[in-house]
Design a protein around this ligand. Structure first.
Ligand SMILES: *Cc1c(COP(=O)(O)O)cnc(C)c1O
Length: 366
């Protein structure tokens, strides 16, 4: 049977059917209905953050979060090229210029020690990514932002349910974005959210996803449409009930992989972070200078119906649409380039069977 890099968690059909039943009576299918309100409140409680605003996907949540920072067009935003292209697009589509900072070689998040050297008089914000659910150096980034008066918007798409020193990743920076895409640890089929503490941003983030409409006669922003509908929210309500159990199962998968791959020459796996409660979202492996490299391993797995992913390869700064941008180019981010050329993200999901993990490891070890 085909094994993909991920497999969506789902509640039982009956549980979901029960959750959406009332929609046949109310006929309230979108525009902030009761499921939307319930999920939003549940997430605020679960994440321990004052404000969660739901969006129809993570990308539009991030794009609107950056827009709400009210940054001057042409301003420079320091970010990482080792991410999903959504991060870089969300900056560019706001008329801002991504400036690519290298990553560190421990957890592959932005190298906070390099950020200050990239700050110019045009720098307006930092958009770091908690890649693979690894938490960025949030303390150092907060310090730099304060010193240089920069906004910080986290792409926390991978980091739902992750806690650092007991605080959920929803609480860092000016805002954090989660993706609730079907491939993520917690999902609403498609979906996303912005999380923040500042009460003053609530109205704007609500308006922005609904064309900028404030009320029947007022339109405050040139907004788009990015509302989460009731069927998405209902899926979220169901999935949230099972989340901790799913993460526990992912932890078992993580342990099994480590049992098989620890100490194998040529294979590097990022060490667990200190003070962090992880979500086991991904299982990245770096093929580090062994005879057979990443591409051979990926090809062998694929021959056996196992589809790992080169996640993230290429760097977003290497995509055609960013080539030639003043700050693009692999030379400026050598660690990111090194990792992108060697990383393979192995299948990781709650229901991955021990036998399948063994099969995957056998092929890699061979
Ligand atoms: C999934 C993802 C996004 C985009 O989220 P969508 O919900 O798919 O729009 C953005 N950034 C990163 C790092 C992601 O993995």
């Amino acid at each position: 049977m085909r094994i993909n890099v991920t497999r969506s968690s789902m509640p039982s059909f009956e549980e979901y059917a029960e959750e959406i039943r009332e929609l046949w009576d109310t006929r309230w299918l979108t525009n902030m209905g009761s499921k939307h309100e319930e999920l939003q409140r549940s997430l605020e409680e679960y994440l321990g953050v004052p404000h969660v605003i739901l969006y129809t996907n993570g990308h539009l949540a991030l794009e609107n979060a950056i827009a709400a920072m009210d940054l001057p067009r042409g301003g420079e935003v320091i970010t990482t090229p080792f991410t999903f292209v959504s991060t870089t697009h969300a900056i560019s589509r706001n008329g801002l210029v991504p400036v690519f900072c290298d990553i560190n070689d421990r957890d592959y998040t932005i190298d906070a020690d390099r950020i200050e050297s990239l700050i110019t008089e045009k720098t307006v914000a930092i958009v770091p990514v908690h890649v693979y659910g690894n938490v960025c150096d949030v303390e150092k980034i907060a310090e730099i932002a304060k010193k240089h008066h920069l906004k910080v918007v986290y792409d926390a798409a991978h980091a739902f349910a992750v806690r650092y020193k007991g605080v959920s990743t929803a609480n860092f920076g000016d805002m954090s974005m989660f993706s609730f895409h079907a491939t993520k640890v917690f999902h609403t089929i498609e979906g996303g959210a912005v999380c923040f503490r500042d009460d003053a941003l609530v109205q704007e983030m609500n308006d922005r996803k609904n064309f900028g409409i404030r009320n029947a006669e007022e339109c405050a922003y040139i907004g788009g449409n990015a509302k989460m509908n009731e069927f998405q929210a209902a899926m979220g309500i169901c999935n949230l009930r099972h989340l901790e159990g799913e993460i526990e199962k992912r932890k078992e998968v993580w342990k099994h992989y480590h049992g098989r791959l620890d100490g194998v020459p040529g294979i590097v796996m990022p060490a667990p972070q200190a003070d962090t409660k992880p979500n086991y979202a991904y299982f990245p492996v770096i093929f580090d200078g062994h005879k057979y490299g990443r591409d051979e391993a990926a090809a062998r797995l694929a021959e056996n119906g196992i589809f790992a992913r080169k996640y993230f390869y290429p760097l977003t700064s290497d995509y055609e649409c960013y080539r030639g941008w003043p700050t693009a180019g692999r030379k400026t981010t050598p660690v990111a380039a090194y990792v992108a050329d060697r990383v393979l993200t192995l299948p990781m999901y709650a229901d991955l069977e021990p036998d399948d993990i063994d099969r995957i490891c056998d092929i890699i070890l061979e």
